[in-house]
Every structure is written in structure tokens, then in C-alpha cells.
Design a protein around this ligand. Structure first.
Ligand code: AMP
Ligand code: MG
Length: 392
């Protein structure tokens, strides 16, 4: 059995990013920038005032100075003349600084009488001026790859970039397998259950930037699975759920085998999620997840999310882990890496749930984190720091 890290490396070797695409900036939030974006202008494009007040020469910014107001500058409306010694221009936030002026005295420090002002307690010059290009200069870039945040969108907008090149969303075909499954909203027979992790995985993948496609449930017959694989041909990645163990009704590997599966690995030393399978099926990467609801979602966090990030052109690496103090003592771990549902208490310490059965979705839903126990981890005492994967 290979380790989680070895499995992840093998998965990274199976996938590659699809060709990028151009999208409008307004549709680019959360997408991964694939090519650097270049500013076509300086920001601000002129020196401007950061306050409402009076623009003047710094040399005139003296206690008790009396100046003549010769005009006004507002945002979008320059003052066209020149500010000479002894003169000032009424100015508002965002207005271009008039020629000759290099200082803005805020209105609170000024007494005005008609066209004259007196500086009561002026600030040290220069003040309240935003220099040309203080935010960025023409030619400055936003580097790729990078997942675009709302702040990035605003920055690109101010660069006057209205289209960006982003990674195409990888199409992920999700194939649930099992005679016992019906989709949510349908009426299950007396021996049936609802396909649950399928929609959880769809949500997880969509949130990471994939284009997940939930295919019709494949029944536990070769014909049904074959037709599901045919449906999945155009995808960038195929993910099967269930049917991956060694039981009589676990057909994923055998049916994929008859269709030319090039298996990369089968079985990973982890809990939950041991019967993980990966390979290529007719040149499409395929990952076979175990069917137990929690196993499938844990594998989603541990494997699918990093794989998807690699397909989006982001660095190929382990899902980022943090550490937190344990809220209680914890027994030793067995030979497999164990991902345990856990929750933070009010003090920020991690409490690991007693029950860890891989069918219990309620406990996964109320967990904040998956505590990560390395193989053969010794017993841990309350207060010791433990690695965890954040959830949600
Ligand atoms: P399998 O890997 O097919 O043996 O499935 C293991 C367990 O997970 C069984 O109890 C299945 O009923 C259950 N299971 C399989 N697929 C799903 C699914 N998509 N949603 C919820 N439970 C599932
Ligand atoms: Mg099954």
C-alpha cells in the first residue's frame, strides 16, 4: 500500500491543465489567472488630493499664512490655471492637484473669509497628496497563477483590464455506483438509500473551480458501468464513487479494466479511504473513490482538491495543514494515516470525536477539521499540537 503523499504524487502525474480561456473581468472572480495581466495606465493617473481642503505651495503652509483662493478643483474637474506663491485652490478628494501646488491643507485647519483663507495650524508639507502612479504604474503586472479575489478584480478594473486569461474549469464526471442508490428527491425502495456523497463532492469540486457533471447512477452491472464510462468520455477527469473494494459487487476496476484502464495505483494507507484507485481510462485520468459517505468526502479533501488545483495551474501540493492544541489525550494511531473528524472548543483546542465510523455524515457536517494522525503516531497528551485539515 502506498502512502498518501505517494498517491498524491501519482495523481499529479496523471493530470494536466486544460487550455486556458479568455473571460470578461466581471465573470473572473474565483477563477485562476493563467496569464499575467498588465496595467495599461498609471494609477492615480495624476497627482491628486486625498482630502477636501485647499491646494497650495508647501512653502506657504505656515501658521497664520493668508492666501487668496483663485478657483476650484473637484473630482473629474481639473483647475486649469497655476497656483503661485500666496495663492490657493479649493480642492476636493480625488481632484487633480493644480500645477504649482504640492500640498493640500484640510478644510478643518483653515478659516475662510470670502476669497481669502488663513491657515490656523497647517500640517507639515507635503500632506494629503496622492502621487501619480502611487498605486501602480503602466506596465506593472498581476502575476499568474493566482486565484482572483474580489480585491484582485478591483485592481484589474483600475488597471483598465476588462478581459483576463484564466484556467478553464476542468470538467469532472461524477459517477455514483450501486443498486442501492437513488438521487435525493426520489422515492427509495425499502432496501435503498440516497446518494449523498455525490452531491457533497459536486459541491466541493464546484467551490474549488471545477465544472462537475453528475452522471446517472451506474447500477452494479458491467453494462451499466460501461455506459457510464461512455458518457464520461469528454471529461477532463472521471471520478467514480463506490464499487472500488474487492467485493463481488465492486465492479469499477474490473469493468474499467476491460475498457483499457491503465492503473496507476490501488489502495492507500489511510483511514478512511483505503480502497482508492487511480489511473487512465482512454486517456482520461480516473480516480475511484470508496463509497462510504465520509470516506468519499475525506478523499475529496485530501486528493480531489489538490488535484483540481493542479489542473487549474496552481502549485501541485498537499492540501495545506495547520496545527492546533489537542483538547484531550488521544490514543496511539495504527499503521495508516488517520483523518479524524474534530471540532474546536471555545479556547481553540481541537476535540476529536469519539465516533469515527465512515458512514456518519452528521459528524462530518458538525466537524470543523480533520485531525491528521501520521501512521504509528504515538499517544498524544492534551495540549500537544496536532496537524489538521480545515473543513469548510
Ligand atoms: P461500496 O464502496 O460501493 O461498497 O459502498 C460502500 C458503502 O457506501 C455502502 O454502504 C454504500 O451503500 C455506500 N455508498 C456508496 N455510494 C454512495 C453514495 N454515492 N452516497 C452514499 N452512500 C454511498
Ligand atoms: Mg457499491
Amino acid at each position: 500500500m502506498i502512502s498518501v503523499n505517494e498517491a498524491l504524487d501519482a495523481l499529479f502525474a496523471l493530470v494536466s491543465p486544460p487550455d486556458p480561456e479568455d473571460v470578461r473581468l466581471r465573470k473572473a472572480s474565483g477563477r485562476v489567472l493563467a496569464r499575467e495581466a498588465v496595467a495599461t495606465r498609471d494609477q492615480p493617473p495624476f497627482s491628486s488630493s486625498s482630502m477636501d481642503g485647499y491646494a497650495l505651495r508647501g512653502a506657504d503652509a505656515l501658521e497664520g499664512a493668508e492666501l487668496t483662493v483663485i478657483g476650484e478643483a473637484a473630482a473629474g474637474h481639473s483647475f486649469e490655471g497655476m497656483v503661485s506663491p500666496g495663492q490657493a485652490v479649493r480642492i476636493f478628494t480625488g481632484a487633480p492637484l493644480p500645477t504649482g501646488a504640492d500640498h493640500v491643507e484640510i478644510q478643518e485647519n483653515v478659516t475662510r473669509t470670502g476669497d481669502h483663507i488663513r491657515l490656523e495650524s497647517p500640517e507639515k508639507s507635503p500632506a494629503n497628496v496622492r502621487p501619480l502612479g502611487g498605486d501602480f504604474r503602466a506596465g506593472d503586472t498581476l502575476r499568474a497563477p493566482r486565484r482572483l479575489s474580489p480585491a484582485d478584480i478591483a485592481l484589474l478594473a483600475s488597471m483598465n483590464v476588462d478581459r483576463v486569461t484564466v484556467a478553464r474549469r476542468p470538467i469532472v464526471a461524477l459517477i455514483s455506483t450501486g443498486d442501492e442508490l437513488v438521487m435525493p428527491g426520489e422515492t427509495p425502495g425499502p432496501d435503498q438509500i440516497i446518494a449523498s456523497n455525490t452531491l457533497g463532492l459536486e459541491a466541493l469540486l464546484a467551490a474549488e473551480g471545477a465544472d462537475p457533471r453528475v452522471l446517472p447512477i451506474a447500477r452494479d452491472t458491467p453494462e451499466s458501468l460501461e455506459s457510464a464510462f461512455r458518457f464520461a468520455r469528454g471529461a477532463d477527469l472521471i471520478v467514480t464513487i463506490g464499487g472500488a473494494s474487492d467485493g463481488d459487487h465492486d465492479l469499477v476496476r474490473s469493468v474499467a479494466g476491460t475498457q483499457g484502464l491503465m492503473q496507476s495505483f490501488y489502495k492507500v494507507a489511510m483511514r478512511p479511504g483505503k480502497p482508492l484507485m487511480a489511473g487512465r481510462l482512454a486517456d482520461v485520468p480516473i480516480i475511484g473513490l470508496p463509497g462510504n459517505p465520509v470516506s468519499a468526502l475525506v478523499c475529496g479533501h485530501v486528493f480531489l482538491v489538490p488535484v483540481l488545483r493542479a489542473m487549474l495551474g496552481l502549485p501541485a501540493q498537499l492540501a495545506s495543514r495547520r496545527t492546533a492544541p489537542l483538547a484531550h489525550d488521544l490514543g496511539k494511531n495504527g499503521p495508516r494515516e488517520h483523518y479524524m473528524r474534530a471540532r474546536f472548543n471555545e479556547d481553540g483546542a481541537l476535540g476529536v470525536f469519539e465516533r469515527q465510523d465512515s458512514s456518519l455524515l452528521g459528524l462530518l457536517s458538525s466537524a470543523d477539521a480533520l485531525a491528521v494522525r501520521p501512521p504509528h503516531d504515538p499517544p498524544r497528551a492534551a495540549g500537544e499540537r496536532l496537524a489538521y485539515l480545515p473543513l469548510g
